[in-house]
Design a binder for this molecule. Structure first.
Ligand SMILES: *Cc1c(COP(=O)(O)O)cnc(C)c1O
Length: 376
C-alpha cells in the first residue's frame, strides 16, 4: 500500500452524522454538512446523504462544481460570500449562498435572471466574531435591497461565531439572531425558511440545553468528521473521534544524541525549535540532553500536513518537521525502516492532508460483518 495515506472510516463519519442529525432534529434543527476538510469528497457526501443531512455546505465553487459533476443533487449552499468574478458559476451550481455584500447580490440576481432562475440568499449577520457578516443595525436595509432583486429569494439569515476570534455562541447571541429573524418577518411580511445559527462551535451551547428560539439550521463540519467541538476541541459524547488516520512510513531509524551539535541559527521554516512541537507529551525535549535516543524520520512533511496538528502513537514524540521530513523521538523503542506509523489529525492538519497531492486516500467501510474497500 502507498504511503503516506489517509485512511478514512466512512462508517464512523456516518455514525457521527446520524447522531448529530437525530439529536438536532429533535430540536427542530436541520444539518447542513460542511465537507470542506474532505474537499467535498463524493463517497463521503454519499454516506452523509444516507445519514439524513439536509444539504451540503462548501466554501469553494470548484468543489461545488465537481460535486454536481459527480451527480450530487442535494441542496448545496456556498458558505463563503461569492466572488464578484464568480457569480455566474455560483448561480449555475449552488442553490443558496451566504451573502453580505449588496454589490455581489446585485450581480448574483442578474446572473440568476440570465439563467431564468432564482438564487437563494442567506444574509450573514455579524454577532461578535468579527469575520463575515452585516452589522445587526444594517440588516434591515440590506434585506430590503435583496427583496427588490428579482433574481434572488431571501431564504433566511445566519451567523458564524468561533472561527476568527473563538467567540462562544450563547443564549444571548442566538436570541439576538432569532429576534432579528422575527423583526425582519414582521417588518416585511415574509417568512424566513432558514435561521442558521452557526457551525460546530454551536454544539456545546445546544447540547447543554441552549434556548433554540428560531434557530432551525446548523452548518456542521468538524463535529461530523472528527467528533469534536472546535471551541475546546473536546470530544462530543457518543461520537467517533478516529474516523481519519494518517499513515506515514519510516525512512530512517537511528540512535542519535538528543541535542544538536554546532552553532545554531534559523531552521528551514523559521526559528530553531526551543520546545518540542507537542510539549505536553512525555519524552525527550529538544533542549534537554537526554543522551542517545531512538530518532525516527518519516517520509512526510510540511508540504503535506500541518505537523502541529498531528498526534503521534503513544510513547512517541514529534520533535520537528521540515518540507519533506517528520522527526520523531521514539525513546527506547527501535522502529525499523519501512514501518508504518499512524497519526490522528486536527481539523487543520486534515484539511491540509486532503489537499496534498502526495497523500493518497483509502476509504474503508467496516460494518460488523462486512469489510469493503474503495480506493480513491
Ligand atoms: C467551515 C464553516 C462551517 C463549518 O464549521 P465547523 O467548525 O467545521 O463545523 C460553517 N459555516 C461556515 C461559514 C464555515 O466557513
Amino acid at each position: 500500500m502507498t504511503a503516506p495515506r489517509l485512511e478514512i472510516r466512512l462508517d464512523r463519519i456516518q455514525h457521527n452524522a446520524r447522531q448529530l442529525v437525530n439529536r438536532l432534529s429533535s430540536q427542530g434543527i436541520s444539518v447542513t454538512a460542511v465537507t470542506k476538510a474532505t474537499l467535498g469528497s463524493p463517497p463521503i457526501v454519499a454516506i452523509l446523504t444516507e445519514a439524513g443531512i439536509a444539504g451540503i455546505g462548501e466554501p469553494r465553487i470548484e468543489t461545488i462544481e465537481s460535486l454536481r459533476q459527480a451527480g450530487v443533487n442535494l441542496p448545496i449552499t456556498l458558505i463563503r460570500s461569492p466572488m464578484l468574478s464568480q457569480v455566474a458559476r455560483v448561480v449555475a451550481v449552488a442553490d443558496v449562498s451566504l451573502n453580505t455584500e449588496r454589490e455581489v447580490m446585485d450581480h448574483l440576481s442578474a446572473a440568476a435572471m440570465a439563467r431564468g432562475r432564482r438564487h437563494g440568499v442567506v444574509l450573514m449577520v455579524e454577532l461578535g466574531d468579527r469575520r463575515e457578516g452585516i452589522l445587526p443595525q444594517q440588516l434591515e436595509g440590506v434585506a430590503q435591497h435583496v427583496l427588490l432583486l428579482p433574481g434572488l429569494k431571501l431564504i433566511g439569515i445566519g451567523t458564524n461565531l468561533g472561527c476568527q476570534n473563538g467567540v462562544v455562541p450563547t443564549d444571548g447571541s442566538m436570541a439576538e439572531l432569532s429576534d432579528l429573524a422575527i423583526s425582519l418577518e414582521s417588518r416585511f411580511g415574509i417568512a424566513l425558511e432558514q435561521v442558521s445559527g452557526g457551525n460546530s462551535a454551536n454544539l456545546p451551547w445546544l447540547l447543554a440545553g441552549g434556548v433554540v428560539g428560531r434557530i432551525n439550521n446548523l452548518r456542521l463540519g468538524e463535529s461530523i468528521l472528527l467528533g469534536r467541538e472546535p471551541l475546546q476541541r473536546q470530544p462530543i459524547a457518543g461520537l467517533c473521534t478516529n474516523a481519519f488516520t494518517l499513515i506515514a512510513e519510516v525512512i530512517e531509524s537511528n540512535r542519535k544524541p538528543s541535542l544538536p551539535r554546532g552553532e545554531q541559527r534559523q531552521t528551514a521554516f523559521g526559528l530553531a525549535q526551543a520546545r518540542p512541537l507537542q510539549a505536553n507529551l512525555p519524552g525527550a525535549g529538544a533542549e534537554r540532553d537526554c543522551g542517545d535516543r531512538w530518532r525516527v524520520l518519516l517520509a512526510l512533511g510540511v508540504q503535506d500536513v500541518d505537523p502541529s496538528g498531528l498526534t503521534p502513537p503513544a510513547g512517541m514524540e514529534l520533535l520537528g518537521a521540515s518540507s519533506d521530513h517528520l522527526v520523531l523521538d521514539t525513546g527506547t523503542i527501535a522502529v525499523p525502516v519501512g514501518t508504518e506509523l499512524s497519526f490522528q489529525l486536527s481539523y487543520g492538519a486534515l484539511l491540509r492532508a486532503m489537499t496534498s497531492p502526495f497523500i493518497s486516500r483509502r476509504m474503508v467501510r467496516q460494518d460488523s460483518d462486512r469489510v469493503s474497500l474503495a480506493d480513491l
